[in-house]
Every structure is written in C-alpha cells, then in structure tokens.
Design a protein around this ligand. Structure first.
Ligand code: 13P
Length: 248
C-alpha cells in the first residue's frame, strides 16, 4: 500500500501560496514511493491543479447533489472539472461548525465517488468522548454511518482525526493511534469485506516534521492528513521525506 501524505489548507491560501505548491510538487516528483495530495480552498483548485505536477489536488468539501438550487455550494462534478482528484468529507470542523451528520457525510462521499473522486472520510472523537472512554465506540459508529457500502480501496481513504489533537500540538500516543487504526481496519473489513484491507487509513491532528516518523510507523497508519504543517513547503517537505523513509 502506498503511503499518502495529504495537506488540508483549510481556509488559508491566496494565489501567493501557489509558490509553496511548486516547491512541494518538486519534492513529490522526486519521491516516487509516496503519494502527495493538497486540498487548497475552492478558489485555488483550478490554478493549483495546473501547478501541481505529481501532487493530487482536491477539495475540502462538496455537496451531495450534482447541481441545483444550493446557493454557495460546490458539487463533486464541479471539482472534477477543475482538476480535483479527491475531496475531504466530514472533516471534524464541518461536523462541528456546520452540523454535518454521518448521513450528510455519507451522501457527500457517495456523490464524490459517483463523480470519480476519492473520498477522504474523516472520523474521530472529541475530548469529552475520549475522557468518557467512548472514543472507540464513536469512531466505529461514524464509520458505520458515513462509509458508502459500495466504496472500494481505490475510491475511499479514511482519516482518523481526534478533534482534540487538531491544531493543538497534542497527539495520542503511538499505542493509542495503533489501537484505533486496528479497530478502524477491522471495521472496514466488516463493512467492505476484503476490499477494506486495501483502504488507506490516515492519521490527522498536529502531525509535524518532529513526530511524523513515529506516527507513520504505527500499525495500520498508511499516511497522514496535515493542516498547519502543510501550509509551507519548509514544514511539509520533511513530512513527505519521513514518509519515504518509513515506507522503505
Ligand atoms: P493540524 O495538522 O493543523 O492539527 O490539522 C489537522 C487537520 O485537521 C487535517 O485535516
């Protein structure tokens, strides 16, 4: 399975940031054993796709309908037309800020896959759920509710992102990450049969150049989804290099 290092620029990035993408693309082209992806804001997807070279460009969200009266929304076929290859579905910030339920995430992921995109479905507990000992249950139930039954190893990536680790500098221990990813793998096998064995499971939440090697070496960690440290080539490139070393 090829390691995937994906950056989520969130609501950051103007054209000035495309220079960072050029620098990231140069390293991605030279690092054949690792897949590299970046989700810039919608406004940059077209231009980013033209700059991207070996970097796959994607969206951070899409609507579940292909078109219609949904002011302000963007559909999966529109992302495809702009050169996107994937879309993030159900990021915890969307689940929390925009009340996205598992049913909404499922519909978005289905629309994405129907349009030919890879859906990166995000799951993960918040701090209270972890403190109450419910993290494993929350993650299993999010997988039950948001993974399309027809998903394949080619069009699904799952990203485990505990909300309390996002942007905080805190991460679960390597043992905790390994345990959670093992549970996610078992659940994917239950939901998708043998196809679930090939689905890449990313870890996201405060990944940086200092902790990437340890995190990427955990069992069933097949890559990372990175926010803050994906915004500059200076911070993102060492993570790609760490992934190349771990996957050797
Ligand atoms: P940080 O890497 O900034 O913690 O964000 C992680 C994330 O939300 C990726 O989707």
């Amino acid at each position: 399975m090829r390691t995937l290092i994906a950056g989520n620029w969130k609501m950051n990035g103007t054209r000035a940031m495309l220079g960072e993408l050029d620098r990231i693309a140069a390293i991605a082209a030279a690092t054949e054993q690792v897949d590299v992806a970046i989700a810039p804001p919608f406004t940059l997807i077209g231009e980013a796709a033209a700059h991207a070279g070996a970097v796959m460009i994607g969206g951070q969200d899409c609507h579940s309908a292909d078109k219609g009266a949904h002011t302000g929304e963007i559909s999966a076929p529109m992302l495809v037309e702009m050169g996107a290859g994937f879309v993030i579905c159900g990021h915890s910030e969307r689940r929390a800020e925009f009340d996205e339920t598992d049913a909404v995430v499922l519909a978005k992921a289905q629309a994405a896959q129907n349009a030919g995109l890879i859906a990166i479905i995000c799951i993960g507990e918040d701090e209270a759920e972890r403190d109450e000992g419910r993290a494993l249950m929350v993650v299993a139930s999010e997988l039950d509710g948001s993974v399309p039954a027809t998903a394949t190893a080619a069009n699904l990536v799952v990203s485990y992102e505990p909300a309390w680790a996002i942007g905080t500098g805190r991460t679960p221990t390597a043992d905790e990450i390994g345990e959670m990813h093992g549970i996610i793998r078992a659940k994917l096998l239950q939901l998708l049969g043998e196809e679930g064995r090939g689905v890449r499971i990313l870890y996201g939440g405060s990944v940086n150049a200092g902790n990437a090697s340890t995190i990427l070496a955990c069992p069933d960690v097949n890559g990372a989804l990175i926010g803050g440290a994906s915004l500059t080539a200076e911070q993102f490139v060492p993570i790609i290099e760490a992934a190349a070393n771990v996957s050797q």
